[in-house]
Design a protein around this ligand. Structure first.
Ligand SMILES: Nc1ncnc2c1ncn2[C@@H]1O[C@H](COP(=O)(O)OP(=O)(O)OP(=O)(O)O)[C@@H](O)[C@H]1O
Length: 711
């Protein structure tokens, strides 16, 4: 019986097909599982036929319905593997198939597809234009190097005709996938060795023979990033029946490399810009770890309860709802986990107070002690220095480094600060209360008294964790192979926690990986959002050196973000209602639309007006009720980790973004001033990068200064 495989290009469109067409696909595919190759060729209903003047002689079409055709790559090498690559309306199917050429990449050994006809047509035009160009994009890379990286003759000729990155982008949809990625990396300035390591080596099978084996079945087996093989009839039915979540099956090689490495000798760090699939990689790592042994519990953490609920659901999908496996994983936030530990081990339920109450207590301490500090300064000193380093007494504080703080404090001043700290903690004790970070500190202590409860800890959204939270995670698992797997993006740091991970026993040196391909947003949305961060540098996740978005890109294209000023809040809100209505008319479900603002107050107005227009809305606070229909309304902070097909960011006004009250005056502490500004800038970046297809950014009155460079 022939074997059957499905290319990602097929899945990309499958969920959009109407029911009868999908039924046609299922019927046709069943034939591939029940008929022999000869019977398939003879089957009248299937009508497997070659495509006239096709670039690839293996190209065939099959009948799906009267109007729809499947495009199939058929073996011509005696192997029995058929690959379904697309399903399109009749005429489109023939012209798509005629132009495409599939080939095995000489370096990665994977199957790639190009639009050979368009490449042949366009390359001479670009070559002519390039003759007078002062500089060519790949002038610095030799033909030999390009060949070693898998670039073949047709692509080489096209590459040699390009003068800049914009031209490479214009060729992107025509070029074979792996070769395109090689060229994109080179165009970003990565050296050939880095490109070989990050693009070629991660794909090339470990046991690849010196001479490529080109039969279709072998090449398909080498292409797990883009092709799914079907093993039996049940699997076929299940795949075609269920909504298809590409992230469960097609991992980018860089995702697969980090998630499925058999074992690491210690903590691992995976960074990458928004939407690069860090959460997906973390989930696959959990799957891998669960599969490695029959016992051993896994702790999977993220930042908010709403994200934890989402993660739990995704993990269920990835593990096919296998209850035994799911029972071995706890999915929660660090704070909730720490709270549970303190409750369980001390028998007392901790009562953490919120930010506002803390601020009031600091104010009270300042007043009672008549100190020359603001409550804001003390709160920050407590968070960053005292809790950050877990300082327990005055002596420890007097000797502590205050790295990252912008004001010097002599011993006399430190004594004053410490008196405030003692008073603040006294107030809390007297009320029987604590802080969230206080709960974490206690939980870490309690955990270290017994054997660590987990075999593995996987941490998502790690960029905002405070040292006290890291101590909990460190204490939850013994140091050793595969202890911690950490994913995060320092560009999305919105709570000002910069942590020297090494000093907390979480050294990731030699085990740091970066993801660069964005699967969420269009390149237009990404490029615009990335410009928000262009003026600043961002400290690396592990607290040493800086992080960069070099090579960060999307394969998707769409409309430019709408960036619009309004005279008044009312006009801005009315325009929002119109925009949302248009999106719904265009077919978006309300829950696929996100609206966000810096403050809850601005969202109140939006909520009222949207409701008045008959549009269902749902405020995202803590836990999002799954399945409840309604446009999601969230503050920028609550947008963390979420995604929507369309996002409207409202009220990006001067004074609001950055929120003037949250910015330490430069005179008070220049370093804190800069990091407050950076935090607010990142917050806007987070909000904008939640959008998949459509982003609008609006303000009323004067715009936020962060929008300066985005025009
Ligand atoms: N290999 C993949 N194939 C298809 N879709 C993917 C893949 N990896 C990730 N995605 C999709 O891309 C989107 C972003 O992925 P994910 O949430 O894991 O990114 P992230 O890096 O954690 O994002 P952020 O840092 O912005 O929260 C999701 O819709 C996810 O399903």
């Amino acid at each position: 019986m022939p074997r059957l495989a499905f290319a990602q290009s097929f899945w990309d469109g499958y969920d959009m097909l109407e029911k009868p067409v999908r039924a046609g696909v299922r019927k046709a595919m069943r034939k591939f599982q029940t008929l022999s190759a000869a019977e398939l060729n003879a089957d009248k209903g299937l009508h497997l036929e070659s495509v006239g003047s096709a670039r690839d002689p293996r190209m065939r079409t099959i009948r799906i319905t009267d109007f729809w055709r499947g495009v199939v790559l058929a073996p011509d090498d005696g192997s029995d593997m058929f690959l379904l690559v697309n399903v399109l309306p009749h005429d489109d199917a023939y012209s798509w198939a005629a132009k495409r050429l599939y080939s095995a990449n000489s370096a990665t050994r994977a199957l790639e597809v190009r639009n050979a006809v368009a490449l042949d047509e366009l390359t001479p035009l670009y070559e002519t234009a390039a003759r007078n160009a002062p500089q060519l994009l790949f002038a610095g890379v030799s033909d030999g190097t390009l060949h070693e990286l898998g670039i073949d003759d047709q692509v080489l000729r096209a590459a040699r005709s390009l003068v800049d990155k914009a031209q490479l982008d214009a060729f992107a949809t025509l070029l074979p996938e792996d070769q395109l990625e090689v060229l994109q990396y080179l165009a970003e300035g990565f050296g050939p060795d880095e490109v070989y390591r990050d693009v070629v080596a991660v794909r090339r099978p470990a046991d690849a023979p010196a001479e490529p084996v080109e039969d279709l079945a072998t090449v398909i087996a080498n292409t797990s990033a883009r092709i799914r093989l079907v093993t039996g009839p049940d699997e076929l039915e299940e795949m075609l029946e269920k909504p298809f979540d590409a992230w469960r099956v097609f991992l980018h090689p860089s995702q697969r490399r980090v998630a499925y490495r058999t074992s690491y000798r210690g903590p691992v760090q995976v960074t990458g810009g928004p939407g690069t699939g860090k959460t997906v990689a973390a989930l696959h790592r959990v799957k891998h770890l669960l599969g490695r042994r029959e016992d051993g519990r896994v702790l999977l953490t993220t930042y908010t309860n709403a994200l934890a609920a989402g993660l739990r659901q995704m993990l269920g999908l990835l593990l096919d709802e296998d209850e035994e496996l799911l029972a071995r994983v706890d999915v929660t936030t660090v704070d909730a986990y720490a709270n549970g530990i303190v409750r369980a081990k001390s028998g007392i339920a901790p009562k953490p107070v919120g930010d506002r109450e803390q601020r009031q207590l600091w104010e009270k301490a300042v007043k009672q002690l008549d100190l020359p500090f603001t409550s804001q300064f003390l709160a920050q000193e407590y968070r960053h220095v005292v809790l950050g380093q877990d300082l327990r007494d005055l002596d420890a504080y007097l000797g502590a480094s205050r790295r990252g703080r912008g004001t010097g404090l002599g011993s006399a001043r430190r004594c004053e600060v410490w008196s405030a700290v003692e008073r603040f903690e006294q107030f809390l004790r007297a009320r029987g209360e604590t802080t969230h970070l206080g709960v974490c500190t206690r939980a870490a202590e309690l955990l270290s008294e017994d054997a660590a409860p987990y075999a593995h800890v996987v941490v998502d959204e790690a960029q905002d964790l405070h040292p006290a939270q890291w101590r909990v995670l460190r204490a939850a698992v013994s140091s050793g192979p595969d202890d911690l797997f950490v994913t995060g993006d320092p560009h999305q740091r919105i709570y000002d926690s910069r942590v020297p991970l090494g000093s907390l026993g979480i050294a990731t040196v030699g085990r740091s990986f970066r993801l660069r391909v964005n699967y969420r947003s269009t390149e237009e949305i990404l490029a615009w959002s990335a410009r928000l961060l262009a003026p600043v540098t961002v400290e690396a996740l592990e607290g040493e050196g800086v992080d960069s978005l070099a090579g960060y890109r999307s394969l998707l294209h769409g409309r430019l973000p709408q960036v619009q000023e309004y005279a008044t809040r009312q006009e801005e809100t009315e325009a929002l209602v119109d925009r949302v209505r248009t999106l719904v008319d265009d077919g978006l479900a309300p829950h696929e639309i996100g609206v966000c603002a810096r403050f809850n107050l601005s969202l109140d107005t939006a909520e009222e007006k949207l409701k008045a227009a008959g549009i269902p809305v749902l405020r995202v606070r803590g836990q999002v009720a799954q399945g409840t229909e309604g446009v999601r309304l969230a503050t920028m902070h609550a947008m963390k980790g979420l995604e929507f097909r369309a996002v409207s960011v409202l009220g990006v006004n001067e004074g609001a973004v950055p929120f003037a009250r949250e910015i330490t005056p430069r005179e008070a502490d220049p370093l804190q001033h800069e990091s407050d500004l950076l935090r607010e800038r990142c917050l806007l970046f987070v909000a904008c990068t939640r959008a998949r297809e459509a982003l609008s950014v609006t303000w009323n009155g004067a715009p936020s200064p962060f929008l300066d460079r985005t025009a």
